[in-house]
Design a protein around this ligand. Structure first.
Ligand SMILES: Nc1ncnc2c1ncn2[C@@H]1O[C@H](COP(=O)(O)OP(=O)(O)OP(=O)(O)O)[C@@H](O)[C@H]1O
Length: 217
């Protein structure tokens, strides 16, 4: 599903990624763990095509992403990849269902179809009573579930998450982790998750440890 080889990335003089190799299989939940500053988010952003490596190759579903133009890369990303961040970046002026719908409007899906799917997803996530609430009137856990629904609206094969439970209390974190397991079971989605949360790392199929710009296990 995903294969990256010899990924290098520097910021100025500082080499952050030093030839990272990683493969992720379809339906797998992989967590990337390691000390602060090891390069986890930098790697995730490259694997998720939000940033380009200085050198190295990245394949997702056999598409070689380095070869795509920025325009084709954006369209690939919008169709195939979902993102969940610690700070969910919901748009304050839009309500829950509108936030979920936006990536699908961008993908050109019909309004009727999008709204139906968004309502189904929010229902699945236990938010059917919050469709028309603005983010500021939702709890942290609810906002994060809206962000999860938004990540899923285009039915991406691959979901990247950076500290998805970093901002949640332990109960909400546990619920979010169980949701990832359920989504994988129901839809065979693939997850690559950067986390400092040990419970989440232990729940995953495979933990990948980063030390100083390299994967060590
Ligand atoms: N845009 C940037 N410009 C310059 N340096 C950067 C940039 N982004 C990250 N870095 C540096 O790269 C190193 C790795 O950062 P990264 O965010 O990948 O680490 P991390 O392992 O995810 O850490 P944490 O667990 O604290 O989030 C850090 O030293 C950081 O300061």
């Amino acid at each position: 599903m995903l294969k990256a080889t010899a990924i290098n990335k520097s910021y100025g003089q500082l080499q952050i990624l030093k030839g990272v190799d990683i493969e992720v299989n379809k339906g797998e939940i992989v967590t990337i763990v390691g000390a602060s500053g090891a390069g986890k988010s930098t790697l995730l952003n490259i694997l998720g095509t939000l940033d380009r490596p200085d050198s190295g190759q990245l394949f997702i579903n056999d598409v070689e992403l380095n070869k795509l133009s920025n325009k084709n890369l954006s369209s690939f990303r919008n169709r195939e990849i979902g993102f969940i961040f610690q700070f969910h970046h919901l748009l304050a002026e839009f309500d829950a269902i509108e936030n979920v719908c936006i990536p699908a409007y961008i993908a050109g899906t019909s309004r009727h179809e999008v709204e139906k799917r968004a309502a189904e997803l929010l229902d699945l996530l236990g938010l059917s009573h919050r469709l028309h609430h603005k983010p500021s009137t939702l709890s942290g856990g609810e906002q994060q579930r809206v962000a999860v629904a938004r990540a899923l609206i285009n039915n991406p094969a691959l979901i990247f998450a950076d500290e998805p439970s970093g901002n949640l209390d332990s109960q909400n974190a546990r619920e979010l982790h169980e949701l990832f397991i359920k989504l994988r079971k129901d839809f065979n989605q693939t997850f690559v998750i950067v986390t400092h949360n040990e419970d989440l790392a232990n729940l995953s199929d495979r933990k990948v440890m980063m030390v100083d710009g390299l994967i060590v296990q």
